[in-house]
Design a protein around this ligand. Structure first.
Ligand SMILES: Nc1ncnc2c1ncn2[C@@H]1O[C@H](COP(=O)(O)OP(=O)(O)O)[C@@H](O)[C@H]1O
Ligand SMILES: NC(=O)OP(=O)(O)O
Length: 313
């Protein structure tokens, strides 16, 4: 029977630049279309770390080139821009792939705002890596010249980090639900959603942050009462002793096991840790809900229980 599935797409689904993205989304569309073809309702969220960093750098350069002409672009607007151009490529690739398979469905992107708490302590402690990887020398230069925060990202190089508050609720959830219930395929909560918080009246103010897409996808899946949250990334399974000779790939995880491994530091912060945390959060939110972490190309096999790491309470 068809399930309602929220998919969180990782960096490998999108590539690192515009030409790479055009190619990557074609493979991504095939993986998603496989699930739609099997009768599942699919809602797609995606990351934006490299893309929002690139946009922010470009906008900052523009301002630096002529501060009187170009005013600084808030990070929330950079997130909105990233949702727009990633959604544009994703919805077109998926529309084309579905039509090639004889499936005529509406595919659209909803520019999605996600409410955060302006007092979230995450605003005081930037943790979310964005933009391209840098050498230590490049990172040190950014810290001294621009005052950016920079961290070493899971052994892969240095990256700028920004605040990443927890997502609370999705502003456009009724619109997304209406589209899903009319049998449309929706791309939503791109880049974790545009972070906003309520001020006076009905005004929503953009926050200088990038929400983690795995956490936002978890909220999206809960608010849509999805059966399954699938986090598609660059590994087929979650591992313990990752990167070590005694690596052990896990086919299933209970929330209790996941917590123990988290306490043991098995999952790298900023990469696998938020995925496991989001998966546990979703699996525990209602009986019967399951989460799956697997490779993009293995999405269908994963849903059929043939591979991936399945997280179930
Ligand atoms: N315990 C672990 N098990 C599996 N992968 C891990 C683990 N710890 C860190 N990783 C790394 O996390 C990566 C996924 O995180 P990341 O690349 O940030 O995700 P995204 O797909 O969302 O862009 C994997 O490709 C792998 O290199
Ligand atoms: N917003 C977000 O979580 O992006 P990445 O998945 O690219 O880190």
């Amino acid at each position: 029977m068809g399930k309602r599935i929220v998919i969180a797409l990782g960096g490998n689904a999108l590539g690192n630049n515009l030409p790479e993205q055009m190619i990557a989304v074609q493979q991504t569309a095939k993986a998603i279309a496989d699930l739609i073809e099997e009768g599942h309702e699919v809602i797609i969220a995606h990351g934006n770390g490299p893309q929002v960093g690139m946009i922010q750098t470009a906008m900052a350069e523009l301002t630096r080139s002529d501060p009187e002409k170009y005013i600084p672009c808030p990070l929330s607007v950079c997130v909105a821009m990233s949702q727009g151009y990633i959604g544009y490529d994703l919805q077109n690739a998926l529309r084309e792939e579905l039509l090639d398979r004889g499936i005529d469905k509406g595919v659209s992107t909803v520019l999605t705002q996600v409410e955060v708490d302006p007092d979230d302590p995450a605003f005081q402690k930037p943790t979310k890596p964005i933009g391209a990887f840098m050498t230590k020398e490049e990172a040190d230069k950014l810290v001294s010249e621009r005052g950016y925060n920079v961290v070493e990202d899971a052994g892969r190089g240095y990256r700028r980090v920004v605040a990443s508050p927890q997502p609370q609720s999705i502003v456009e959830i009724d619109t997304i639900r209406a589209l899903v219930e009319s049998d449309h395929v929706v791309v939503a909560c791109g880049g974790g959603g545009i972070p906003v918080y309520k001020t006076e009246g009905h005004h929503l103010k953009g926050a200088a942050a990038v929400i983690d897409k795995d956490f936002a996808s978890c909220v999206l899946a809960q608010q849509l009462d999805a059966d399954c949250l699938i986090i598609l990334t660059a590994v087929e399974k979650v591992a313990i002793h990752f990167g070590k000779p005694d690596v052990q790939w896990l086919s299933s995880l209970t929330p209790a096991e996941a917590r123990k491994y988290m306490d043991d530091g098995e999952f790298a912060p900023g990469s696998m840790l938020p995925k496991v945390q989001a998966a546990v959060r979703f699996a525990e939110s209602k009986p019967g809900r399951t989460a799956l972490i697997t490779l993009l190309e293995k999405a269908r096999d994963g849903v059929q229980g043939k591979t991936g790491t399945h997280i179930q309470a």
